[in-house]
Design a protein around this ligand. Structure first.
Ligand code: 3AM
Length: 176
């Protein structure tokens, strides 16, 4: 059995917000637009790590545990469609500095630990629909939910029975 796991750091959406988002999504997008991401899988990726050995995972967890920075909040008021990866996403027009700092730190720690990091700029987003490769009529506005991040987490991406499930492995508080 391989001991490497497919990992990423992300912000978790609180349960209540997950439910609000999926209720709105069901009204805002026709079923044929794309495959909805399961409520429990809704997240904002901070750093994608790829397949990581147990040793590297442990080193990355130690580094994550030393991060000391305040929590932050944002308004989820932006929507978009990336036709190539087929993603419809929810985001923010004004990314808080704390979010950008946290992602930058996790991404640079990952790169220094040998995890390939995309040269594309970080674009904070929550994937709502996948396999959305045809043109999409994106609604002009969202309800403008407020999303407060008080912690960040390490997730494993598990593919089983034809489904992807994200399993939280560890979580760290953002200080106040
Ligand atoms: O749902 P989002 O877009 O936040 O797209 C994958 C998902 O992000 C992304 O990692 C998150 C958890 O799977 N991902 C998958 N492969 C990737 C790669 N090679 C990747 N991000 C960057 N590079």
């Amino acid at each position: 059995m391989s001991s490497s796991r497919r990992l990423f750091f992300a912000l978790t959406l609180p349960d209540a917000l997950q439910q609000q988002v999926i209720r709105w999504r069901a009204e805002a997008f026709a079923p044929e637009v794309g495959r909805p991401v399961a409520a429990a899988n809704l997240h904002l990726t901070l750093a994608f790590l790829g397949d990581v050995s147990a040793q590297k995972e442990s080193a990355l967890k130690k580094l994550a545990g030393r991060i000391s920075q305040p929590g932050f909040s944002m308004v989820l008021d932006d929507l978009g469609h990336w036709p190539r990866p087929g993603v419809v996403w929810l985001g923010t027009r004004r990314a808080p500095r704390g979010l950008l700092q946290l992602a930058e730190l996790l991404r640079s720690q990952a790169a220094r630990s040998g995890c390939y990091q995309s040269p594309m700029p970080f674009h904070p987003h929550i994937t709502l629909l996948r396999s959305a490769t045809q043109p999409v009529a994106v609604p002009p506005a969202t309800p403008g939910w407020n999303f407060s991040a008080d912690e960040f987490a390490l997730y494993q991406s598990v593919f089983e029975n034809g489904r992807t499930r994200y399993q939280m492995l560890d979580q760290w508080s953002l200080t106040h």
